[in-house]
Write a protein that binds this ligand. Structure first.
Ligand code: UGA
Length: 439
């Protein structure tokens, strides 16, 4: 099939390359000319394992092209995927739908024949219905320009696998058994043939599936981090607690790692947008618990700064602190709402001399926090340090030798914000090892 993918950020670039991989002809569109030039030459402007190879493979095969022209996209595509971002509004908890609206406004006037526009972005419930009306009103094809909602559940770091082998597909349709469903089934035929579960539903439910999924994941993380607070007060160990809970299949062990909590471009803004939308719908009470989820998450960052202060003898002023990790999670160069960088910046505000190192996120970190200190390796960051903070659990950090590192630092003190290092190994090498939620 001939597909277009509008918006070539994380979601769009991955979707475009994966749709080419399953056999479609794909045209990616973005309004950013530099991004399109990079993608057209086979370069991905962010770090995602395997994506650059997949993209380059299909640019070379001719199955994947890029453009900045909506007229060309409209002419080319049988199905158009909208993959633009829905960031948090500045100074408000709600989602900014400017880009989502702009896709409809820019594409619709070129739609003269029956077409399907498929939204993949995370949007407040009610958006698809509004967009479907707008599309039919603005498109010369009228009601033959249809909309469907097909939320995306990919994780950064696993984006290709999550797209090619998703847990489930969700099709939100304006009318049941519509032409839209037939087209979507054709697009995803290789995945459906493999037995991928499919839920076909209405617009509102499809939109809510995504909001609910991210709210649940955030809640699970904050639940274990709330337990970490109780562990800290009672001398218990949250990692053992979490392990013991995980054997109950009703609970499960995934997303139950206590530590510095969640960040990134999705979970924090999505739970806030969800609360804002619930308030608009008059059911704010239904989601008040998400306020607690958000608050627990933020308190972990406060606690990290406090523990750092404690470890430095009660005063951060002039202390040298190594921060390992800047990305919001490993295998990503994304620093949006990164707990690691947030803690690094707060330590600096308290007068500490901070040196940050991250395997992939250095450029993005420098752009966001130009005044922080940066080092070229974890060892360089640790040189002369009074304290080392492990804030993003890259494998590279777990592989370091604590014996060798002990010679580099001024004081061998490790604060593990991700409960990902082996305490015995570090203590055995002469380090003071402390972590969130553990004695
Ligand atoms: C999240 C969801 O997991 C995806 O399903 C969803 O599609 C995506 O948002 C989105 O809405 O686009 P992502 O933001 O890539 O994916 O990251 P996650 O793997 O969910 O991690 C989020 C944060 O939670 C990270 O900061 C991570 O360090 C933290 N986390 C995760 C924990 O603190 N503890 C855990 O046990 C798991």
């Amino acid at each position: 099939m001939r597909l277009t993918v509008i918006g070539t950020g994380y979601l769009g670039a991955t979707h475009a390359a994966c749709m080419a991989e399953i056999g479609h002809e794909v045209l990616g569109l973005d309004v950013q000319t530099e991004r399109i030039a990079a993608l057209q030459s086979g370069r991905v402007p962010f770090y995602e394992p395997g994506l650059e190879d997949l993209l380059a493979k299909h640019v070379a095969s001719g199955r994947l092209r890029f453009t900045t022209s909506y007229a060309e996209a409209a002419e080319f595509g049988e199905v158009h995927f909208s993959c633009v971002g829905t960031p948090q509004k500045s100074g408000e908890p709600g989602a900014d739908l400017r880009h989502v609206d702009a896709v409809v406004d820019s594409l619709a006037p070129h739609l003269h024949h029956p077409t399907l526009l498929v939204g993949k972005s995370t949007v407040p419930v009610g958006t698809a219905e509004r967009l479907a009306e707008r599309l039919a009103r603005l498109a010369p094809a009228g009601a033959d320009a249809q909309l469907a909602w097909n939320p995306e559940f990919l994780r950064e770091g696993f984006a290709i696998d999550d797209t090619l082998r998703p847990d489930r597909l969700v099709f939100g349709l304006g009318t049941p058994d519509s032409a839209a469903e037939t087209l979507l089934r054709q697009v995803y035929a290789p995945l459906l043939d493999r037995g991928t579960p499919l839920v076909t539903t209405d617009f509102a439910t499809a939109e809510l599936v995504k909001a609910a999924a991210n709210a649940f994941l955030a809640t699970k993380i904050s639940f274990i981090n709330a337990m970490a607070e109780v562990c800290e007060a009672s001398g218990a160990d949250v990692t053992q607690l979490s392990r013991a809970l995980s054997y109950d299949p009703r609970i499960g062990g995934r997303f139950l790692n206590a530590g510095l909590g969640f960040g990134g471009g999705c979970l924090p803004k999505d739970i806030r947008a969800f609360m804002a939308r619930a308030a608009e719908l008059g059911v704010d009470q239904a989601l008040t618990f998400l306020h607690e989820v958000d608050a627990i998450n933020m308190r972990r960052r406060d606690r990290m700064v406090e523990l750092a202060r404690e470890q430095c003898g009660g005063d951060l002023l002039g202390r040298r602190i190594a921060v390992w990790g800047a990305a919001f999670k490993p295998d990503s160069d994304d620093v949006r709402d990164s707990p690691a960088l947030n803690v690094a910046a707060r330590l600096q505000l308290h007068g500490a001399d901070v040196a940050v190192y991250d395997p992939k996120a250095m450029d993005n970190a420098r752009k966001m926090y130009p005044s922080l200190g940066y080092a070229a390796s974890p060892t360089e960051a640790a040189q002369g340090a009074d304290l080392v903070l492990h804030l993003t659990e890259w494998q590279e950090f777990a592989d370091l030798d604590p014996v060798l590192l002990a010679d580099e630092v001024a004081h061998p003190r490790m604060l593990d914000g991700r409960n990902a290092l082996d305490p015995q190994r570090w203590r055995g090498a002469g380090w003071t090892y402390r972590a969130l939620g553990r004695p």
